[in-house]
Structures are given as C-alpha cells and as structure tokens.
Ligand binder design. Structure first.
Ligand code: UT7
Length: 321
C-alpha cells in the first residue's frame, strides 16, 4: 500500500492578543489562577479574521513550505467546529481563495480531535490511490462560540489555524487509532442557535461552549495515555523510541499527567498553549508548524500526535517525520 508523509506545514494566529491581565478586567479571574491551573498566559482573538481566512493563510504557508502548487492539491479537508458558515464549507472557501482548482473539499467535525481524524482520512484516500496531494487544516474561531461571562471556559480558548500538506512517499504515516463515545457527549457541548422546528419558533438557548471541566480533565488524563499505549503496541513501538509527543494543547497539567502516566520524558512534550491557549482542532497543526519552523523536527524523527475533545472523541497518530 502507498505510504504518505507530511511534506510542508503552515500556521496563522490572529493579530489581537488577549492577556490574562486583560481577561481579569472582563471576568472574575486572575493571571495566577489561570497560569497555575492551565499554563495559559495569553491567547489570540480573531477580530478582522474568520475561520476561513485563517485557514487560507495557514494553507498558503504550508504549500510554500512543501513546494507543491495549489493546482496540484486534489483534496482539502478542514477540521473545525466553528466554521464561518456551514455552507459553503470552510474548505471550499479555502479552495477559492488559494486557487486549488482541482481539489475535492469538505469539512470534518470531531471537535478538538478533528485534525487527527482529518489526517487519518487523507492518509486513507492517498494510500488507496484515490488522491495524491492533500491539504489538511485545523482552524477555529472559538472566541465567537464563548460565553464571555463564564470564567470556567472563557479563559481557556484561543483562535488560529494550522495546516499540513500530505503526499505520497516511501515512509511517513505509520498508523492511527481513533475513538468516539457519543454516550458521554454532554460534558462538552456547543449548540448553534436554531429555531426548534417549523411550528415552534422558540430559539434554543444554549448557544455557547459549555463544559464540565473536571469531567473532561478526568477523561483526558485516562484516555490519552491509554490510546497512545494501544497505538504503540499495535506497531511494536516503545515509548523510548518516540522523539516528540505532540499533544492537543488544552492544559499543561493534562500534558504533564499524560507524560507521567506513560513514564515518558516530559521534555519530549512540547508546549505552546502558554501563548495560543486551547485552539481546538488547530492546536496540533499549529504546534507542528512551530516545531518545524524552529528546526526542532529532524528527518526520520518518530512522532506521536494525540488529542481528545467534544463528542467525546479522541485519537493518536504515529508517524515518521
Ligand atoms: O479541548 C478540550 C477542552 N477542555 C479541557 O481540556 C478542559 C479540561 N479541564 C480543565 O482544564 C480544568 O478542569 C479547568 C482549567 C477548566 C478548571 O480547573 P480545575 O482545577 O478543575 O478547577 P475547578 O473547576 O475545580 O474550580 C476550582 C475553583 C472553583 O472555586 P471554588 O468552588 O473552589 O471556590 C472555581 O469557581 O476555581 C474557581 N474558578 C476560577 N477562579 C478564577 C474556576 N474558573 C476560574 C477562573 N478564575 N477562570
């Protein structure tokens, strides 16, 4: 079967920075609490940007890095749960703005795990010979889905986009293990405002991200190490063979706990949530791009990407850089 490899990366963060100090003038919170409980110092907020404009900016940088032309991209998948419109999709808007005229485009929603689901989907298409070059993007404008009076959620999230180009190669993507549990979805929800039905014009009230933080925390620290261990076992790989664990950037304490439970070196778990916050589906590709552009990823390094989020959903990918 054909293999696939990430051959280019890009990311975009909005220009407006929202610091913890600034947030403490909006809700009853403070820098000390946020830093201690999450590790977040500041996050970016889309003001003039939209999910699709951020996704397009990240995509152009990934294309430039990969040296693949926009017209040679035949698949674009955008992972997001905060599209600027449901129709047209963000991926179609990206296609229009970057000129990827031959691409097939669709959006995918697996909340914060979305990038891993999109990468796995693109890998399946390319390795089966259907497509050759894919743009996989995670993009979110979470600041538009937040209740800015709820200190339990508004301090956590940020906006941004990250993109990778995935192509045919002799090595690269080794495997992935994804999961979902729709029975536990109520701990993390976001319902769009819609009328109930034709005969009942009542607006559904819950139109912000709502979360039972402690339940999500417990789920993450249990499920992420379990999922990574199972994936590594499937591919006869040891924890010690992994050079970088690129985890969804939700909370520094979750990342530290995962490292501890895996008995892995915490220095192999890079962090950028201090200046990005939790950017949901965008967090993993933004971090990959940070590391790639910072020269931290060496050819043939072994990477684990892993995340969790609403749905509930979770997943990990094992790959050679
Ligand atoms: O992408 C996936 C999305 N979600 C997550 O990853 C979230 C996972 N969960 C978490 O990261 C943590 O549960 C939080 C950071 C959300 C909360 O941390 P915690 O240590 O679980 O705090 P808590 O909810 O138990 O609250 C402790 C106290 C409470 O006060 P009392 O009842 O002890 O007086 C809260 O009211 O902290 C209070 N609190 C705050 N204080 C200042 C809650 N939020 C804040 C805040 N500033 N922003």
């Amino acid at each position: 079967m054909t293999k696939t490899r990430i051959i280019g990366t890009g990311s975009y963060l909005p220009l407006t920075i929202l610091s913890n100090e600034h947030l403490s003038t909006i809700v009853d919170t403070n820098d000390e609490w946020i830093m201690e409980r999450t590790g977040i110092k500041e996050r970016r907020i889309a003001t003039t940007e939209t999910t699709s404009s951020m996704a397009s900016a990240a995509a152009l940088l990934a294309l430039e890095d990969s040296k693949v032309l926009a017209e040679d991209i035949d698949l674009i998948i955008v992972a997001t749960f905060t599209p600027d419109s449901s129709m047209p999709s963000v991926s179609c808007k990206v296609q229009g703005s970057i000129g990827a005229v031959h691409a097939v485009c669709f959006d995918l929603n697996a909340a914060c795990s979305g990038f891993l689901f999109a990468l796995t989907t693109a890998h399946a298409y390319i390795s089966s010979g259907i497509y050759k070059n894919a743009l996989i993007i995670g993009a979110e404008a979470l600041s538009r889905a937040i209740d800015w009076t709820d200190r339990g959620t508004c301090v956590l999230f940020g906006d941004g986009a990250g993109a990778v180009v995935l192509s045919k190669d002799s090595v690269g993507f080794i495997g992935s293990l994804l999961g979902s549990d729709g029975g536990k979805g109520e701990v993390l929800t976001y319902s769009k405002q819609m009328t109930k039905n034709l005969f009942d014009k009542e607006i559904i009230e819950n139109s912000y991200i709502q979360m039972d933080g402690q339940e999500v925390f417990k789920f993450a620290v249990r499920k992420v190490p379990e999922n990574i261990s199972q994936l590594l076992e499937q591919h006869h790989t040891n924890i010690g063979q992994i050079d970088h664990f690129i985890l969804h950037q939700a909370n520094k304490r979750i990342i530290q706990s995962v490292a501890k439970r895996l008995n892995a070196d915490e220095n192999k778990f890079p962090i950028n949530l201090n200046y990005c916050g939790n950017t949901s589906a965008a967090s993993i590709p933004i971090l990959i791009d940070d590391l790639n552009r910072g020269g931290k990823l060496k050819k043939n390094d072994t990477l684990v990407l892993s995340g969790f989020g609403g749905g509930l959903t979770w997943g990990s990918c094992l790959l050679t850089w």
